[in-house]
Design a protein around this ligand. Structure first.
Ligand code: GAL
Length: 633
Protein backbone atom coordinates (compact mmCIF):
# COMPACT_ATOMS: atom_id res chain seq x y z
CA UNK A 1 0.00 0.00 0.00
CA UNK A 2 1.37 3.40 -0.92
CA UNK A 3 1.00 6.23 1.52
CA UNK A 4 1.23 9.78 0.32
CA UNK A 5 0.43 13.36 1.17
CA UNK A 6 -1.26 15.90 -1.03
CA UNK A 7 -2.99 19.25 -1.13
CA UNK A 8 -6.06 20.92 -2.62
CA UNK A 9 -5.11 23.65 -5.04
CA UNK A 10 -7.06 26.21 -7.06
CA UNK A 11 -4.84 27.41 -9.92
CA UNK A 12 -7.73 29.61 -11.12
CA UNK A 13 -7.42 31.63 -7.90
CA UNK A 14 -3.81 32.70 -8.52
CA UNK A 15 -1.77 34.46 -11.19
CA UNK A 16 -0.38 31.94 -13.63
CA UNK A 17 3.17 33.11 -12.88
CA UNK A 18 2.80 31.62 -9.40
CA UNK A 19 1.90 28.09 -10.44
CA UNK A 20 5.38 26.83 -11.04
CA UNK A 21 6.73 28.10 -7.73
CA UNK A 22 3.70 26.72 -5.94
CA UNK A 23 4.23 23.30 -7.52
CA UNK A 24 7.93 23.32 -6.66
CA UNK A 25 7.16 24.25 -3.06
CA UNK A 26 4.61 21.43 -2.84
CA UNK A 27 7.24 18.94 -3.96
CA UNK A 28 9.78 20.43 -1.60
CA UNK A 29 7.37 19.82 1.28
CA UNK A 30 7.10 16.18 0.20
CA UNK A 31 3.56 16.38 -1.19
CA UNK A 32 2.84 14.11 -4.13
CA UNK A 33 -0.89 14.60 -4.89
CA UNK A 34 -2.69 17.77 -5.87
CA UNK A 35 -6.47 18.01 -6.23
CA UNK A 36 -7.77 20.65 -8.59
CA UNK A 37 -10.74 21.74 -10.61
CA UNK A 38 -13.77 20.88 -8.53
CA UNK A 39 -15.28 24.37 -8.49
CA UNK A 40 -13.90 25.77 -11.76
CA UNK A 41 -16.85 25.34 -14.15
CA UNK A 42 -17.14 29.08 -14.90
CA UNK A 43 -13.53 29.02 -16.13
CA UNK A 44 -13.80 25.71 -17.99
CA UNK A 45 -16.93 26.80 -19.84
CA UNK A 46 -17.27 30.60 -19.63
CA UNK A 47 -20.32 30.57 -21.91
CA UNK A 48 -22.63 27.70 -22.75
CA UNK A 49 -20.81 25.42 -25.17
CA UNK A 50 -17.60 27.52 -25.32
CA UNK A 51 -14.90 25.62 -23.49
CA UNK A 52 -11.63 27.16 -22.40
CA UNK A 53 -9.18 24.39 -21.68
CA UNK A 54 -5.96 26.31 -22.29
CA UNK A 55 -5.46 27.42 -18.71
CA UNK A 56 -6.29 23.96 -17.34
CA UNK A 57 -3.96 22.29 -19.85
CA UNK A 58 -1.17 24.56 -18.64
CA UNK A 59 -2.04 24.10 -14.96
CA UNK A 60 -2.02 20.30 -15.26
CA UNK A 61 1.19 20.38 -17.28
CA UNK A 62 2.87 22.61 -14.70
CA UNK A 63 1.83 20.45 -11.77
CA UNK A 64 2.76 17.22 -13.50
CA UNK A 65 5.98 18.77 -14.73
CA UNK A 66 6.93 19.31 -11.09
CA UNK A 67 6.35 15.61 -10.43
CA UNK A 68 2.92 15.90 -8.82
CA UNK A 69 0.03 13.51 -9.44
CA UNK A 70 -3.29 15.17 -10.19
CA UNK A 71 -6.77 14.46 -8.83
CA UNK A 72 -9.20 16.21 -11.13
CA UNK A 73 -12.58 17.12 -9.69
CA UNK A 74 -15.72 17.37 -11.80
CA UNK A 75 -17.10 20.89 -11.26
CA UNK A 76 -20.74 19.94 -10.87
CA UNK A 77 -21.15 21.32 -7.32
CA UNK A 78 -20.87 24.85 -8.75
CA UNK A 79 -22.87 25.38 -11.93
CA UNK A 80 -22.07 28.84 -13.37
CA UNK A 81 -24.65 31.63 -13.41
CA UNK A 82 -25.51 31.10 -17.08
CA UNK A 83 -26.77 27.62 -16.23
CA UNK A 84 -29.75 29.20 -14.46
CA UNK A 85 -30.76 31.02 -17.64
CA UNK A 86 -30.92 27.67 -19.39
CA UNK A 87 -32.60 25.84 -16.50
CA UNK A 88 -34.44 28.32 -14.28
CA UNK A 89 -36.08 25.42 -12.42
CA UNK A 90 -32.87 23.54 -11.60
CA UNK A 91 -32.60 24.94 -8.07
CA UNK A 92 -33.45 22.69 -5.15
CA UNK A 93 -36.43 23.78 -3.04
CA UNK A 94 -36.37 23.67 0.76
CA UNK A 95 -39.04 22.09 2.96
CA UNK A 96 -40.82 25.44 3.25
CA UNK A 97 -41.10 25.60 -0.53
CA UNK A 98 -38.40 28.25 -1.12
CA UNK A 99 -35.91 27.84 -3.98
CA UNK A 100 -32.29 27.82 -2.84
CA UNK A 101 -30.63 30.61 -4.77
CA UNK A 102 -27.44 31.29 -6.71
CA UNK A 103 -24.43 32.93 -5.04
CA UNK A 104 -22.66 30.18 -3.11
CA UNK A 105 -22.54 26.51 -4.16
CA UNK A 106 -24.50 23.24 -4.44
CA UNK A 107 -27.44 25.12 -5.98
CA UNK A 108 -28.86 22.22 -7.92
CA UNK A 109 -31.48 19.56 -7.66
CA UNK A 110 -30.34 15.94 -8.01
CA UNK A 111 -33.58 15.10 -9.84
CA UNK A 112 -33.42 17.80 -12.52
CA UNK A 113 -33.01 15.97 -15.83
CA UNK A 114 -31.76 19.06 -17.66
CA UNK A 115 -29.04 19.69 -15.09
CA UNK A 116 -28.03 16.05 -15.17
CA UNK A 117 -27.58 16.31 -18.91
CA UNK A 118 -25.37 19.39 -18.43
CA UNK A 119 -23.30 17.47 -15.88
CA UNK A 120 -22.94 14.54 -18.26
CA UNK A 121 -21.78 17.00 -20.93
CA UNK A 122 -19.06 18.69 -18.84
CA UNK A 123 -17.88 15.39 -17.35
CA UNK A 124 -17.66 13.85 -20.82
CA UNK A 125 -15.64 16.81 -22.07
CA UNK A 126 -13.27 16.69 -19.09
CA UNK A 127 -12.84 12.94 -19.19
CA UNK A 128 -12.12 12.97 -22.92
CA UNK A 129 -9.55 15.69 -22.60
CA UNK A 130 -7.81 14.62 -19.40
CA UNK A 131 -8.64 10.90 -19.12
CA UNK A 132 -5.02 9.96 -19.70
CA UNK A 133 -3.47 13.03 -18.10
CA UNK A 134 -4.63 12.72 -14.53
CA UNK A 135 -4.02 10.04 -11.92
CA UNK A 136 -7.36 10.13 -10.07
CA UNK A 137 -10.81 11.70 -10.23
CA UNK A 138 -13.21 13.21 -7.76
CA UNK A 139 -16.92 13.36 -8.61
CA UNK A 140 -18.67 16.60 -7.62
CA UNK A 141 -17.86 17.77 -4.07
CA UNK A 142 -19.31 16.61 -0.76
CA UNK A 143 -22.75 15.34 -1.69
CA UNK A 144 -25.22 16.47 0.99
CA UNK A 145 -23.12 19.42 2.16
CA UNK A 146 -25.31 22.40 3.14
CA UNK A 147 -28.36 20.13 3.50
CA UNK A 148 -28.80 19.54 -0.22
CA UNK A 149 -30.08 15.98 -0.54
CA UNK A 150 -33.78 16.53 0.12
CA UNK A 151 -35.43 18.87 -2.34
CA UNK A 152 -39.14 19.65 -2.61
CA UNK A 153 -39.05 20.90 -6.18
CA UNK A 154 -41.35 20.09 -9.11
CA UNK A 155 -38.48 18.03 -10.59
CA UNK A 156 -38.21 16.01 -7.39
CA UNK A 157 -41.96 15.50 -7.28
CA UNK A 158 -42.12 14.15 -10.82
CA UNK A 159 -39.16 11.84 -10.27
CA UNK A 160 -40.56 10.66 -6.92
CA UNK A 161 -43.86 9.68 -8.53
CA UNK A 162 -42.03 7.66 -11.17
CA UNK A 163 -39.95 6.02 -8.48
CA UNK A 164 -43.07 5.13 -6.51
CA UNK A 165 -44.77 3.66 -9.57
CA UNK A 166 -41.74 1.44 -10.18
CA UNK A 167 -41.50 0.33 -6.57
CA UNK A 168 -45.19 -0.29 -5.83
CA UNK A 169 -46.66 -0.96 -9.30
CA UNK A 170 -50.16 0.15 -8.26
CA UNK A 171 -51.57 2.85 -5.97
CA UNK A 172 -53.50 0.12 -4.14
CA UNK A 173 -50.28 -1.70 -3.32
CA UNK A 174 -48.75 1.57 -2.12
CA UNK A 175 -51.82 2.32 0.03
CA UNK A 176 -51.57 -1.11 1.64
CA UNK A 177 -47.82 -0.87 2.20
CA UNK A 178 -48.04 2.57 3.82
CA UNK A 179 -51.30 2.00 5.72
CA UNK A 180 -53.02 4.90 3.98
CA UNK A 181 -56.46 3.84 5.22
CA UNK A 182 -55.34 5.72 8.35
CA UNK A 183 -56.70 9.32 8.25
CA UNK A 184 -58.20 8.69 4.77
CA UNK A 185 -54.84 9.16 3.07
CA UNK A 186 -55.58 6.71 0.25
CA UNK A 187 -54.52 7.58 -3.31
CA UNK A 188 -56.25 6.57 -6.51
CA UNK A 189 -53.28 7.34 -8.75
CA UNK A 190 -49.54 8.01 -8.42
CA UNK A 191 -50.15 11.52 -9.75
CA UNK A 192 -52.06 12.37 -6.60
CA UNK A 193 -49.08 11.73 -4.34
CA UNK A 194 -47.19 14.77 -3.07
CA UNK A 195 -43.89 15.26 -1.31
CA UNK A 196 -44.02 14.84 2.47
CA UNK A 197 -43.58 18.56 3.28
CA UNK A 198 -46.12 21.27 4.11
CA UNK A 199 -48.59 18.78 5.59
CA UNK A 200 -50.68 20.05 8.50
CA UNK A 201 -49.12 17.69 11.00
CA UNK A 202 -46.59 14.91 10.45
CA UNK A 203 -46.80 13.04 7.17
CA UNK A 204 -47.07 9.25 7.18
CA UNK A 205 -43.64 7.89 8.26
CA UNK A 206 -43.80 5.34 5.42
CA UNK A 207 -44.23 8.24 2.98
CA UNK A 208 -41.25 10.05 4.50
CA UNK A 209 -39.14 6.90 4.47
CA UNK A 210 -39.95 6.32 0.81
CA UNK A 211 -38.93 9.91 0.08
CA UNK A 212 -35.63 9.45 1.94
CA UNK A 213 -34.91 6.26 -0.03
CA UNK A 214 -35.81 7.95 -3.27
CA UNK A 215 -33.60 10.99 -2.50
CA UNK A 216 -30.70 8.74 -1.56
CA UNK A 217 -31.02 6.81 -4.81
CA UNK A 218 -30.99 10.11 -6.72
CA UNK A 219 -27.56 10.90 -5.22
CA UNK A 220 -26.27 7.43 -6.09
CA UNK A 221 -27.50 7.61 -9.68
CA UNK A 222 -26.15 11.18 -10.09
CA UNK A 223 -22.74 9.92 -8.99
CA UNK A 224 -22.97 6.77 -11.12
CA UNK A 225 -23.69 8.85 -14.21
CA UNK A 226 -20.40 10.70 -13.72
CA UNK A 227 -18.35 7.64 -12.74
CA UNK A 228 -19.50 5.71 -15.81
CA UNK A 229 -18.62 8.54 -18.18
CA UNK A 230 -15.18 8.95 -16.61
CA UNK A 231 -14.47 5.21 -16.89
CA UNK A 232 -15.18 5.26 -20.59
CA UNK A 233 -12.18 7.58 -21.05
CA UNK A 234 -9.87 6.90 -18.14
CA UNK A 235 -8.33 4.09 -16.12
CA UNK A 236 -7.62 6.38 -13.18
CA UNK A 237 -9.56 5.59 -9.99
CA UNK A 238 -12.72 7.54 -9.22
CA UNK A 239 -13.23 8.96 -5.72
CA UNK A 240 -15.76 11.12 -3.97
CA UNK A 241 -15.09 13.21 -0.87
CA UNK A 242 -17.68 12.29 1.77
CA UNK A 243 -18.18 14.15 5.05
CA UNK A 244 -18.30 13.65 8.82
CA UNK A 245 -21.57 12.66 10.50
CA UNK A 246 -23.63 13.02 7.35
CA UNK A 247 -26.28 10.34 6.92
CA UNK A 248 -28.59 11.96 4.35
CA UNK A 249 -27.88 9.36 1.68
CA UNK A 250 -26.68 5.77 1.66
CA UNK A 251 -22.91 6.03 1.40
CA UNK A 252 -22.62 2.26 0.91
CA UNK A 253 -24.60 2.63 -2.31
CA UNK A 254 -22.50 5.54 -3.62
CA UNK A 255 -19.30 3.76 -2.57
CA UNK A 256 -20.25 0.79 -4.75
CA UNK A 257 -19.66 3.01 -7.82
CA UNK A 258 -16.25 4.32 -6.69
CA UNK A 259 -12.74 2.88 -6.56
CA UNK A 260 -11.82 5.07 -3.58
CA UNK A 261 -13.92 6.47 -0.75
CA UNK A 262 -12.48 9.73 0.53
CA UNK A 263 -13.64 12.00 3.32
CA UNK A 264 -12.98 15.54 4.50
CA UNK A 265 -11.67 15.70 8.04
CA UNK A 266 -12.01 18.92 10.07
CA UNK A 267 -11.50 17.73 13.67
CA UNK A 268 -11.81 21.13 15.39
CA UNK A 269 -14.76 22.24 13.30
CA UNK A 270 -16.54 18.96 14.11
CA UNK A 271 -15.89 19.25 17.85
CA UNK A 272 -17.37 22.72 17.88
CA UNK A 273 -20.17 22.11 15.41
CA UNK A 274 -21.23 18.49 15.07
CA UNK A 275 -20.94 16.69 18.38
CA UNK A 276 -22.94 16.85 21.58
CA UNK A 277 -20.35 16.68 24.35
CA UNK A 278 -20.29 18.13 27.86
CA UNK A 279 -18.39 21.43 28.22
CA UNK A 280 -15.41 19.79 30.02
CA UNK A 281 -14.85 17.50 27.04
CA UNK A 282 -14.98 20.41 24.61
CA UNK A 283 -12.56 22.42 26.72
CA UNK A 284 -10.15 19.51 27.05
CA UNK A 285 -10.02 18.79 23.31
CA UNK A 286 -10.69 22.27 21.88
CA UNK A 287 -7.37 22.39 19.96
CA UNK A 288 -7.12 18.67 19.20
CA UNK A 289 -10.59 17.46 18.27
CA UNK A 290 -12.51 14.53 19.69
CA UNK A 291 -10.22 11.48 20.06
CA UNK A 292 -12.68 9.12 18.34
CA UNK A 293 -14.57 11.10 15.71
CA UNK A 294 -11.88 10.94 13.03
CA UNK A 295 -11.12 7.27 13.67
CA UNK A 296 -14.82 6.39 13.35
CA UNK A 297 -14.94 7.91 9.88
CA UNK A 298 -11.62 6.37 8.88
CA UNK A 299 -13.08 2.96 9.69
CA UNK A 300 -16.41 3.77 8.07
CA UNK A 301 -14.93 5.00 4.80
CA UNK A 302 -12.33 2.23 4.66
CA UNK A 303 -15.34 -0.09 4.48
CA UNK A 304 -17.30 2.15 2.07
CA UNK A 305 -14.25 2.11 -0.25
CA UNK A 306 -13.88 -1.67 0.18
CA UNK A 307 -10.38 -1.13 1.53
CA UNK A 308 -9.32 1.89 -0.54
CA UNK A 309 -9.77 5.22 1.14
CA UNK A 310 -8.26 8.72 1.43
CA UNK A 311 -8.53 11.92 3.34
CA UNK A 312 -9.30 14.32 0.51
CA UNK A 313 -9.36 17.41 2.75
CA UNK A 314 -7.47 17.67 6.03
CA UNK A 315 -7.84 20.68 8.33
CA UNK A 316 -4.52 22.57 8.41
CA UNK A 317 -5.32 25.37 10.88
CA UNK A 318 -8.39 27.37 11.95
CA UNK A 319 -11.41 26.90 9.66
CA UNK A 320 -14.08 29.51 9.02
CA UNK A 321 -17.39 27.66 9.35
CA UNK A 322 -17.77 26.38 12.90
CA UNK A 323 -19.24 28.43 15.77
CA UNK A 324 -15.68 28.86 17.10
CA UNK A 325 -12.51 28.25 15.12
CA UNK A 326 -9.49 27.68 17.34
CA UNK A 327 -5.90 27.17 16.25
CA UNK A 328 -4.83 23.51 16.43
CA UNK A 329 -2.29 22.52 19.06
CA UNK A 330 1.17 22.28 17.46
CA UNK A 331 1.59 18.70 16.24
CA UNK A 332 -2.07 18.00 15.54
CA UNK A 333 -1.82 18.28 11.75
CA UNK A 334 0.84 15.59 11.98
CA UNK A 335 -1.18 13.47 14.40
CA UNK A 336 -4.33 13.64 12.26
CA UNK A 337 -2.37 12.56 9.17
CA UNK A 338 -0.68 9.68 10.98
CA UNK A 339 -3.94 8.51 12.46
CA UNK A 340 -5.39 8.25 8.96
CA UNK A 341 -2.39 6.23 7.81
CA UNK A 342 -2.71 3.93 10.82
CA UNK A 343 -6.25 3.19 9.65
CA UNK A 344 -5.02 2.38 6.17
CA UNK A 345 -5.42 5.67 4.27
CA UNK A 346 -3.60 5.75 0.95
CA UNK A 347 -3.38 9.54 0.88
CA UNK A 348 -3.99 12.55 3.09
CA UNK A 349 -4.50 15.85 1.26
CA UNK A 350 -4.54 19.13 3.14
CA UNK A 351 -7.20 21.69 2.41
CA UNK A 352 -5.91 24.04 1.04
CA UNK A 353 -2.54 25.19 -0.33
CA UNK A 354 -2.77 28.96 0.11
CA UNK A 355 -5.37 30.79 2.20
CA UNK A 356 -7.54 32.82 -0.19
CA UNK A 357 -7.71 36.52 0.79
CA UNK A 358 -11.06 36.89 -1.00
CA UNK A 359 -14.60 35.48 -0.88
CA UNK A 360 -16.35 33.13 1.52
CA UNK A 361 -13.38 31.20 2.87
CA UNK A 362 -10.93 34.07 3.41
CA UNK A 363 -10.76 33.18 7.14
CA UNK A 364 -9.90 29.51 6.40
CA UNK A 365 -6.25 28.61 6.94
CA UNK A 366 -4.11 26.86 4.35
CA UNK A 367 -0.59 25.46 4.31
CA UNK A 368 0.49 28.94 3.19
CA UNK A 369 -0.73 32.28 4.48
CA UNK A 370 -2.40 34.68 2.02
CA UNK A 371 1.01 36.36 1.62
CA UNK A 372 2.53 33.00 0.59
CA UNK A 373 4.59 32.67 3.76
CA UNK A 374 4.41 29.21 5.35
CA UNK A 375 1.59 28.60 7.84
CA UNK A 376 2.43 26.23 10.73
CA UNK A 377 0.95 23.09 9.16
CA UNK A 378 3.38 23.21 6.22
CA UNK A 379 6.30 22.13 8.41
CA UNK A 380 4.16 19.42 10.01
CA UNK A 381 3.17 18.12 6.58
CA UNK A 382 6.83 18.06 5.57
CA UNK A 383 7.68 16.14 8.73
CA UNK A 384 5.00 13.52 7.98
CA UNK A 385 6.29 13.25 4.41
CA UNK A 386 9.78 12.43 5.74
CA UNK A 387 8.37 10.00 8.29
CA UNK A 388 6.26 8.02 5.85
CA UNK A 389 9.25 7.71 3.58
CA UNK A 390 11.23 6.10 6.42
CA UNK A 391 8.50 4.07 8.06
CA UNK A 392 7.90 0.56 6.75
CA UNK A 393 4.51 -0.05 5.17
CA UNK A 394 2.11 -1.19 7.85
CA UNK A 395 -1.01 -2.19 5.93
CA UNK A 396 -4.54 -2.00 7.26
CA UNK A 397 -5.08 -4.27 10.18
CA UNK A 398 -8.18 -6.40 10.36
CA UNK A 399 -10.04 -5.97 13.61
CA UNK A 400 -11.74 -8.69 15.66
CA UNK A 401 -14.76 -6.45 16.30
CA UNK A 402 -17.36 -5.43 13.70
CA UNK A 403 -19.84 -2.61 14.24
CA UNK A 404 -22.78 -2.26 11.84
CA UNK A 405 -23.55 1.18 10.39
CA UNK A 406 -26.84 1.61 8.51
CA UNK A 407 -28.06 4.79 6.79
CA UNK A 408 -31.70 3.68 6.61
CA UNK A 409 -31.76 3.44 10.39
CA UNK A 410 -30.54 7.03 10.63
CA UNK A 411 -33.53 8.05 8.47
CA UNK A 412 -35.95 5.83 10.37
CA UNK A 413 -35.07 7.26 13.77
CA UNK A 414 -34.99 10.84 12.56
CA UNK A 415 -38.47 10.34 11.10
CA UNK A 416 -39.73 8.68 14.27
CA UNK A 417 -37.38 9.28 17.20
CA UNK A 418 -40.19 8.60 19.68
CA UNK A 419 -38.02 10.42 22.21
CA UNK A 420 -36.19 13.59 21.28
CA UNK A 421 -32.72 12.17 21.96
CA UNK A 422 -32.89 9.03 19.84
CA UNK A 423 -30.28 9.89 17.25
CA UNK A 424 -28.88 6.88 15.41
CA UNK A 425 -25.40 8.27 14.73
CA UNK A 426 -25.06 9.23 18.37
CA UNK A 427 -26.01 5.70 19.45
CA UNK A 428 -23.53 3.94 17.17
CA UNK A 429 -20.80 6.45 17.89
CA UNK A 430 -21.26 5.92 21.65
CA UNK A 431 -20.59 2.19 21.11
CA UNK A 432 -17.57 2.97 18.94
CA UNK A 433 -16.12 5.29 21.58
CA UNK A 434 -16.56 2.68 24.25
CA UNK A 435 -14.70 0.09 22.16
CA UNK A 436 -11.87 2.60 21.73
CA UNK A 437 -11.74 3.26 25.48
CA UNK A 438 -11.25 -0.51 25.78
CA UNK A 439 -8.23 -0.25 23.47
CA UNK A 440 -9.83 -2.21 20.61
CA UNK A 441 -9.49 -1.68 16.86
CA UNK A 442 -12.80 -1.74 15.02
CA UNK A 443 -14.13 -2.62 11.58
CA UNK A 444 -17.34 -0.94 10.48
CA UNK A 445 -19.58 -3.06 8.25
CA UNK A 446 -22.75 -2.54 6.20
CA UNK A 447 -26.05 -3.92 7.50
CA UNK A 448 -26.40 -6.48 4.70
CA UNK A 449 -23.09 -8.19 5.49
CA UNK A 450 -23.79 -11.84 4.71
CA UNK A 451 -20.65 -13.40 6.16
CA UNK A 452 -19.66 -12.54 9.71
CA UNK A 453 -17.06 -15.25 10.15
CA UNK A 454 -14.13 -12.78 10.11
CA UNK A 455 -15.15 -11.18 13.45
CA UNK A 456 -15.20 -12.55 16.97
CA UNK A 457 -17.61 -9.90 18.14
CA UNK A 458 -20.39 -8.38 16.02
CA UNK A 459 -22.35 -5.36 17.26
CA UNK A 460 -25.54 -3.97 15.74
CA UNK A 461 -27.12 -1.21 17.83
CA UNK A 462 -30.38 0.31 16.68
CA UNK A 463 -30.73 -1.21 13.19
CA UNK A 464 -34.37 -0.59 12.29
CA UNK A 465 -34.73 -3.42 9.77
CA UNK A 466 -32.13 -6.19 9.82
CA UNK A 467 -31.75 -7.52 6.27
CA UNK A 468 -32.42 -11.26 5.81
CA UNK A 469 -28.80 -11.87 4.74
CA UNK A 470 -27.54 -10.41 8.01
CA UNK A 471 -30.05 -12.37 10.09
CA UNK A 472 -29.05 -15.66 8.55
CA UNK A 473 -25.36 -14.80 8.97
CA UNK A 474 -26.12 -14.06 12.63
CA UNK A 475 -27.79 -17.48 12.94
CA UNK A 476 -24.60 -19.14 11.65
CA UNK A 477 -22.16 -16.85 13.51
CA UNK A 478 -19.83 -18.68 15.87
CA UNK A 479 -18.58 -15.56 17.61
CA UNK A 480 -20.38 -13.26 20.02
CA UNK A 481 -23.00 -10.74 19.00
CA UNK A 482 -24.89 -7.94 20.72
CA UNK A 483 -27.95 -6.47 19.04
CA UNK A 484 -30.42 -3.80 20.17
CA UNK A 485 -31.98 -1.53 21.30
CA UNK A 486 -34.79 -1.01 18.77
CA UNK A 487 -33.33 -3.74 16.60
CA UNK A 488 -35.45 -5.09 13.77
CA UNK A 489 -38.39 -3.10 15.10
CA UNK A 490 -39.69 -1.88 11.72
CA UNK A 491 -40.59 -3.65 8.53
CA UNK A 492 -39.05 -2.34 5.31
CA UNK A 493 -42.29 -0.33 4.86
CA UNK A 494 -42.04 1.33 8.25
CA UNK A 495 -44.60 -0.69 10.18
CA UNK A 496 -44.28 -2.63 13.43
CA UNK A 497 -43.61 -6.26 12.51
CA UNK A 498 -45.85 -9.01 13.85
CA UNK A 499 -44.63 -11.28 15.43
CA UNK A 500 -43.18 -8.45 17.47
CA UNK A 501 -39.44 -7.68 17.45
CA UNK A 502 -36.65 -8.49 17.73
CA UNK A 503 -37.17 -11.76 15.79
CA UNK A 504 -33.53 -12.81 16.08
CA UNK A 505 -32.43 -16.37 15.25
CA UNK A 506 -33.15 -18.66 18.19
CA UNK A 507 -33.83 -15.88 20.72
CA UNK A 508 -37.18 -16.46 22.46
CA UNK A 509 -37.96 -12.86 23.30
CA UNK A 510 -40.64 -10.29 22.50
CA UNK A 511 -40.41 -6.54 22.92
CA UNK A 512 -43.80 -6.01 24.54
CA UNK A 513 -43.46 -2.28 25.26
CA UNK A 514 -40.98 0.55 24.73
CA UNK A 515 -40.50 3.82 26.58
CA UNK A 516 -38.44 6.93 25.91
CA UNK A 517 -37.21 9.10 28.74
CA UNK A 518 -35.95 12.65 29.24
CA UNK A 519 -32.16 12.73 29.62
CA UNK A 520 -32.36 13.46 33.34
CA UNK A 521 -34.46 10.35 34.02
CA UNK A 522 -32.04 7.43 33.70
CA UNK A 523 -32.93 3.86 34.70
CA UNK A 524 -30.23 2.11 36.74
CA UNK A 525 -28.94 -1.33 35.81
CA UNK A 526 -28.45 -3.82 38.65
CA UNK A 527 -24.91 -4.61 37.53
CA UNK A 528 -23.80 -0.94 37.31
CA UNK A 529 -24.36 2.06 35.10
CA UNK A 530 -27.75 2.99 33.72
CA UNK A 531 -29.70 3.40 30.51
CA UNK A 532 -30.70 6.76 29.09
CA UNK A 533 -33.26 7.94 26.53
CA UNK A 534 -34.77 4.53 25.76
CA UNK A 535 -35.66 1.15 27.18
CA UNK A 536 -37.80 -1.82 26.33
CA UNK A 537 -39.86 -4.32 28.27
CA UNK A 538 -38.91 -7.72 26.93
CA UNK A 539 -40.88 -10.90 27.61
CA UNK A 540 -40.09 -14.51 26.74
CA UNK A 541 -38.18 -17.55 27.81
CA UNK A 542 -34.69 -16.44 26.71
CA UNK A 543 -32.06 -16.48 29.46
CA UNK A 544 -31.85 -13.12 31.26
CA UNK A 545 -28.22 -12.01 31.64
CA UNK A 546 -28.88 -8.81 33.52
CA UNK A 547 -31.79 -6.66 34.71
CA UNK A 548 -32.81 -3.09 35.34
CA UNK A 549 -33.16 -2.21 39.02
CA UNK A 550 -36.96 -2.56 38.77
CA UNK A 551 -36.66 -6.12 37.53
CA UNK A 552 -37.24 -5.68 33.76
CA UNK A 553 -34.75 -7.77 31.74
CA UNK A 554 -31.94 -5.61 30.32
CA UNK A 555 -29.87 -8.19 28.43
CA UNK A 556 -31.13 -11.56 27.20
CA UNK A 557 -29.25 -14.25 25.38
CA UNK A 558 -29.41 -17.31 23.22
CA UNK A 559 -25.98 -18.94 23.06
CA UNK A 560 -23.56 -16.18 22.06
CA UNK A 561 -26.25 -13.88 20.71
CA UNK A 562 -27.39 -11.20 23.14
CA UNK A 563 -30.17 -8.64 22.95
CA UNK A 564 -29.86 -5.30 24.78
CA UNK A 565 -33.10 -3.60 25.80
CA UNK A 566 -31.95 0.00 26.26
CA UNK A 567 -29.46 2.78 25.53
CA UNK A 568 -26.58 2.36 28.00
CA UNK A 569 -24.62 5.29 29.39
CA UNK A 570 -20.83 5.21 29.04
CA UNK A 571 -20.25 3.39 32.32
CA UNK A 572 -22.71 0.62 31.44
CA UNK A 573 -21.42 0.39 27.87
CA UNK A 574 -17.80 0.00 28.99
CA UNK A 575 -18.88 -2.76 31.36
CA UNK A 576 -21.14 -4.58 28.87
CA UNK A 577 -18.79 -4.37 25.89
CA UNK A 578 -15.77 -5.09 28.11
CA UNK A 579 -17.40 -8.30 29.39
CA UNK A 580 -18.31 -9.35 25.88
CA UNK A 581 -14.77 -8.72 24.62
CA UNK A 582 -13.31 -10.66 27.56
CA UNK A 583 -15.61 -13.58 26.87
CA UNK A 584 -14.59 -13.51 23.23
CA UNK A 585 -10.96 -13.68 24.32
CA UNK A 586 -9.97 -10.23 23.03
CA UNK A 587 -7.18 -8.32 24.75
CA UNK A 588 -8.96 -5.43 26.45
CA UNK A 589 -6.73 -2.54 27.55
CA UNK A 590 -8.45 0.36 29.28
CA UNK A 591 -6.94 3.50 27.77
CA UNK A 592 -6.14 6.70 29.69
CA UNK A 593 -8.39 9.61 28.72
CA UNK A 594 -7.48 11.05 25.32
CA UNK A 595 -4.97 8.30 24.47
CA UNK A 596 -6.04 5.94 21.70
CA UNK A 597 -4.43 2.96 20.03
CA UNK A 598 -4.94 1.31 16.66
CA UNK A 599 -3.45 -1.80 15.10
CA UNK A 600 -2.11 -1.88 11.58
CA UNK A 601 -0.96 -5.19 10.11
CA UNK A 602 2.58 -4.94 11.47
CA UNK A 603 2.52 -2.06 13.98
CA UNK A 604 0.45 -0.71 16.81
CA UNK A 605 0.01 3.08 16.89
CA UNK A 606 -0.78 5.37 19.80
CA UNK A 607 -2.21 8.86 19.50
CA UNK A 608 -2.20 11.35 22.36
CA UNK A 609 -5.13 13.71 21.84
CA UNK A 610 -4.37 15.44 25.14
CA UNK A 611 -2.67 18.80 25.55
CA UNK A 612 -0.52 17.17 28.26
CA UNK A 613 1.88 14.22 28.13
CA UNK A 614 0.55 10.72 28.87
CA UNK A 615 2.43 7.83 30.45
CA UNK A 616 1.61 4.50 28.89
CA UNK A 617 3.45 1.24 29.56
CA UNK A 618 6.66 2.98 30.53
CA UNK A 619 6.62 5.43 27.63
CA UNK A 620 5.89 9.14 27.81
CA UNK A 621 3.88 10.29 24.81
CA UNK A 622 4.01 14.08 24.45
CA UNK A 623 0.95 16.30 23.80
CA UNK A 624 -0.28 15.70 20.23
CA UNK A 625 2.25 12.86 20.15
CA UNK A 626 2.24 9.82 17.90
CA UNK A 627 4.05 6.64 18.85
CA UNK A 628 4.34 3.27 17.13
CA UNK A 629 5.89 -0.09 17.82
CA UNK A 630 5.98 -3.40 15.96
CA UNK A 631 3.23 -5.85 16.85
CA UNK A 632 4.27 -9.23 18.20
CA UNK A 633 4.41 -11.52 15.20
C1 GAL B 1 -15.36 21.40 2.75
C2 GAL B 1 -15.44 21.68 1.27
C3 GAL B 1 -14.34 22.60 0.81
C4 GAL B 1 -14.19 23.76 1.76
C5 GAL B 1 -13.91 23.23 3.14
C6 GAL B 1 -13.69 24.30 4.17
O1 GAL B 1 -16.62 21.14 3.25
O2 GAL B 1 -15.39 20.50 0.52
O3 GAL B 1 -14.63 23.08 -0.48
O4 GAL B 1 -15.35 24.52 1.74
O5 GAL B 1 -15.01 22.46 3.55
O6 GAL B 1 -13.43 23.74 5.44
Amino acid sequence: MNRALGVCYYPEHWPEEWWETDAARMREAGLTWVRIGEFAWSRMEPEPGRFDWDWLDRAIATLRGAGLKVVLGTPTATPPRWMLERHPDMLAVDAEGRPRGFGSRRHYDFSHAGYRAECARIVEALARRYGREVQAWQTDNEYACHDTVLSYSPAALAAFREWLARRYQSPQALNRAWGNVFWSMEYASFDEIGLPNLTVTEANPAHRMAFRRFASEQVASFNRLQAEIIRRHSDAPVAHNFMGRITDFDHWAVGADLEIAAWDSYPLGFLSDRLEFPPEHRRRFVRQGDPDFQAFHHDLYRAVGRGRWWIMEQQPGPVNWAPWNPDPLPGMARLWAWEAFAHGAEAVCFFRWRQAPFAQEQMHAGLLRPDSEPAPALAEAAQVAREIADMPETGTGRSPVALVFDYESAWAWSIQPQGRDFDYFRLVFAWYRSLRRLGLSIDIIPPDTADLSAWRVVLAPGVATLPPAFLSALGRHEGHALVGPRANSKTAEFAIPVPLPPNLPGLEATVARVESLPPDIPVPLEAGGQVLHWREKVEGSAEVVERFDDGWPAILRHGRLRYLAGWPDDEALDRILGTLADEAGLAVERMPEGLRQRDGTTHRFWFNYNAVPVEWRGITIPPAGVHWAPLDP
